[in-house]
Design a protein around this ligand. Structure first.
Ligand code: NAP
Length: 267
């Protein structure tokens, strides 16, 4: 039995879809009541104990309100108590790098370290920015307003969330990826301006950008990662997705074409 956390979110919903398509036994977790799902919250240990009961492998995705590893650590504790064998964690590219005197992705790194120290089998998935982040700005795009570019002129191999989810399923359903960390990138390095130009071509409407620095209100842990990427830290492509999935990684243009309608829908 696989437990899918973050199952209502961007990556988790694709993990749920892929496991369903393959007829694999899984339990999806949400804080909201849903038929056939387990209702659980990383802040509620009793609910986590119910979520991991009889589970062999966990897809662990956390989005804590503050950048700490508390949610990951709570899941690890519940998993160990329940006899879970393996955790596949969604982390982020660059976690543990140093930038501007600080650690990039410190909370993801702390979570990875807690998982490693747990004695459980693990795989860490470390993608760069998801193509789907552009959906955050669909109201601005619809209104013809510029969208904020935090990346400056830096390039990133923006990744299709469907590739991240498919890789997670591969890691959960075989042993080949146990004990491995993967930087899961898309196939091409693009600036934010190049991404916006591709989206503009697909949507056939203007997608303007405005250069912005990370707002002061962002937690330090988040702004360090943005600064690291803006300085070019994430400007590399890996071949893990094609090697493991046996097909090319999805391009940003392909993702945009497949989600064209979502940009037309009301936000
Ligand atoms: N966006 C990027 O470009 C990017 C790049 C690299 C890495 N990442 C990493 O990817 C992760 C985000 O993935 P995503 O975009 O798929 O997430 P998402 O779409 O924001 O979904 C968040 C999920 O977390 C669940 N959740 C939130 N708080 C919870 C709690 N207290 N207890 C239980 N479940 C909770 C939500 O479930 P319910 O609301 O149903 O309970 C939801 O399914 C983060 O760890 C981020 O650092 C993101």
């Amino acid at each position: 039995m696989i437990l899918v956390t973050g199952a209502t979110g961007t990556i988790g919903s694709h993990v749920v879809r892929l496991l369903t398509e393959r007829g694999l036994p899984f339990r999806a977790m949400s804080r909201r009541e849903r038929a056939g799902w387990v209702r659980a919250d990383f802040d509620d240990p009793a609910s986590l104990a119910r979520a991991v009961a009889d589970v062999d492998t966990v897809f662990l995705l956390t989005v804590p309100p503050a950048p700490t590893a508390d949610h990951d650590i709570a899941l690890v504790a519940a998993a160990r108590a329940a006899g879970v064998r393996k955790i596949v964690k969604l982390s982020a590219i660059g976690s543990g790098e140093r930038f501007d005197g600080k650690t990039v992705g410190a909370w993801h790194l702390a979570a990875e370290e807690a998982i490693e120290a747990s004695g459980l089998v693990w795989t860490m998935l470390r993608p760069p920015s998801f193509a789907s982040n552009f959906l955050w700005f669909r109201a601005l795009i619809q209104a013809g307003q510029p969208i904020p570019n935090l990346a400056g002129d830096s390039r990133q191999a923006i990744v299709d969330p469907r590739d991240v989810a498919a890789f997670a399923v591969a890691a959960m359903t075989g042993h080949a990826h146990d004990g491995q960390r993967y930087d899961l990138t898309g196939p091409e390095l693009l600036t934010f301006a190049e991404q916006a130009a591709i989206l503009e071509g697909v949507l056939e409407r203007p997608v303007r950008i405005t250069d912005t620095h990370a707002p002061d209100r962002l937690p330090a842990g988040v702004s360090t990662g943005i600064g690291w990427a803006r300085a070019g830290g994430a400007a590399y492509v890996t071949d893990h997705v094609p090697q493991v999935l046996g097909r090319p990684a999805g391009t940003f243009e392909r993702w945009a074409r497949d989600h064209r309608e979502a940009f037309e829908a009301m936000p």
